[in-house]
Design a protein around this ligand. Sequence first.
Ligand code: PMP
Length: 445
Amino acid sequence: AQDGILRRQSARESAARTYARALPIVPVRARGLTIEGADGRRYLDCLSGAGTLALGHNHPVVLEAIRDVLDSGAPLHVLDLATPVKDAFITELFRTLPPGLADHARVQFCGPAGTDAVEAALKLVRTATGRSGILAFTGAYHGMTAGALEASGGATDVRVTRLPYPQDYRCPFGIGGEYGAELAARWTESVLDDAKSGVPRPAGMILEPVQGEGGVHPAPDAWLRRMRQITEARSIPLIADEVQTGVGRTGRFWAVEHSGAVPDVMVLSKAIGGSLPLAVVVYHEDLDVWRPGAHAGTFRGNQLAMAAGAATLAYVRENNLAERAAALGTRMMAQLRSLAAEFPCIGDVRGRGLMIGVELVDPEAEPEPALPNEELAGPEAAGPRPAAPDLAAAVQRECLRRGLIVELGGRHASVVRLLPPLTISDEQATAVLDRLADAVAAVAH
Ligand code: PMP
């Protein structure tokens, strides 16, 4: 059955399909971290719907919340009308919001995908400020509908200025650490304050507190505070895209909380729907300049997704799963760093909480040129080796052979990404690391 399904779907599905190419499996059952294929094989799923499944597959509280709606006879689709299910979701969402935003927040249901909420956030800050430019960062990922805004009219003057996102490994300035981050912040300031050749005051700045698709680069807390300070001083709304980092994954309920910086706008999706599609924008009430109907959509807040989402948010909050993600993530990264010491093809291990990246490099290639100033270059004096996307793809294949599903990401597709559910047990985490270590050993020799 499995081969037939794979053959038929690859023959009829768009060439744009992605995960199905690298992961030729046919999931038929799933629970927690585990997926069972049509061929009866079991896999540990560290892709988790690209970070969507905070509680893993088919968590009992999520299933119960969905069943309750189905059994209650409640309508499944009522556009954006008020319902008890929506009421419960909003109540639970507001319980979790960062202090500083919760008391003045408005929530707007978009949907159903993260990219829809990003579009709404960009349109919101443009409407509120009357300006059009957007500041975004190198390596950023915010979704696939950038063109949709233009095609819908009214936003044909989309202008994005791309600024350097700080990163320790492959720092654009060859420095990394707090100095590299401060240089990135000063670059941003100089671009904004250059009256002649800089950018005109933009409508907003959008950033990910930890870049996910861009290769798992956590922004230093000090840099995030600098971005808050820079935007606040110039009355530029700051949008935090927490589509992937939200709901406990990075070790705090929302990743911006590590820094204490309070954004004006938060874009939320993935885990907030408890495995079903749901996306919202949360923003400061001062920005609530929409005319009724100014931003519409048929699917705004699906009832089942809101019920599954409310159950997920409550479970993560009540069981302190963010704290657990922080502790377990620290342990997993420490073990991965020991693995890196053994295998020179692992160039870097980084992440925050249970958002972890392992960058594969070519161990035989010459390191990239170092900075001339060795003192400034510090531990990176030798420079990183070139990224190795082929090795990363080979590790992904070897993982799959060993029953472990991992994602690839990064600007060079050279980063193996682990996004396990926050409910993963210590024993399961050890099994994941053992299989990954075996896979690395298999490609390294
Ligand atoms: N923002 C971020 C930070 C994301 O990681 C993603 C998806 N990977 C998106 C936006 C887009 O979400 P969606 O795929 O649901 O449109």
